[in-house]
Ligand binder design. Structure first.
Ligand SMILES: CC(C)(COP(=O)(O)OP(=O)(O)OC[C@H]1O[C@@H](n2cnc3c(N)ncnc32)[C@H](O)[C@@H]1OP(=O)(O)O)[C@@H](O)C(=O)NCCC(=O)NCCS
Length: 192
């Protein structure tokens, strides 16, 4: 299946290419972006190219997908989002997202994630129509939690010391969204 690309009122969700190395480097070398990630800040553009290849391999291997998020107005690549893993068998996927801090607080993450949730819950991706999308956050990542709750995700509990990176254990806060809940919350929004 050809790489699926999407448009929202202000954004384009596109396949990343090696031409994006500089912008991906700017994104993932920013300490604020990777603060809660199991990834150290990038120090060389060659690492950005490896990351782009890694993101694209998810799609070619049919294990997930990562889009670049471009601002239509300027064509600037300001972030990425996607499904880190998906399981056609279980009809579920794990979601991930990041924006450069210059673009935080304008509703861009909500706009991009709404679009990919729609794609996943209506069967527009090679994983088929999904029933469940989940996300893990690190306690303290208030922006990520606020985004998930705004989109209708429910907090499902804490997996204690489930992760280990940057020399320490990390609790993971689990969030989940089911297809019928998403439809319901969309209907509520439309009625308002
Ligand atoms: C998570 C992230 C993408 C959110 O981006 P954003 O631009 O703030 O997202 P939005 O503007 O769409 O905001 C979504 C909601 O979260 C709220 N929010 C954003 N930052 C917040 C914060 N620090 N504390 C509380 N609420 C916050 C917004 O007010 C908005 O709710 P509202 O519409 O009811 O006002 C961004 O902070 C980021 O890239 N962080 C670094 C990468 C990361 O941690 N990714 C997630 C890993 S789990």
């Amino acid at each position: 299946m050809q790489f699926p690309e999407f448009n929202t009122p202000r954004l384009k969700l596109v396949r990343l290419t090696e031409d994006d190395s500089k912008d991906i480097f700017t994104l993932f070398s920013n300490d604020k972006v990777i603060e809660y990630y199991d990834l150290g800040a990038l120090t060389q553009t060659s690492q950005a190219l490896s990351l782009i290849n890694f993101f694209n391999s998810r799609y070619t291997d049919n294990t997930g997908v990562r889009w670049g998020i471009r601002l239509k107005e300027s064509n600037r690549l300001m972030g990425t989002c996607g499904f880190n893993t998906w399981s056609p068998k279980m009809k579920s996927a794990d979601i991930g997202y990041d924006l450069h801090p210059d673009f935080w607080g304008y509703g861009f993450a909500s706009e991009a994630i709404t679009e990919i949730l729609n794609a996943a819950f209506t069967g527009l991706l090679p994983c088929g129509k999904l029933n469940r999308i989940q996300a893990d956050t690190i306690p303290g990542n208030d922006a990520s939690e606020a985004l998930l709750l705004k989109l209708g995700f429910k907090e499902e509990g804490l997996r204690r010391e489930s992760g280990y990176w940057k020399g320490m254990f990390h609790d993971l806060k689990c969030f989940g969204l089911l297809e019928y809940e998403y439809v319901k919350s969309t209907l509520v929004v439309e009625k308002c």
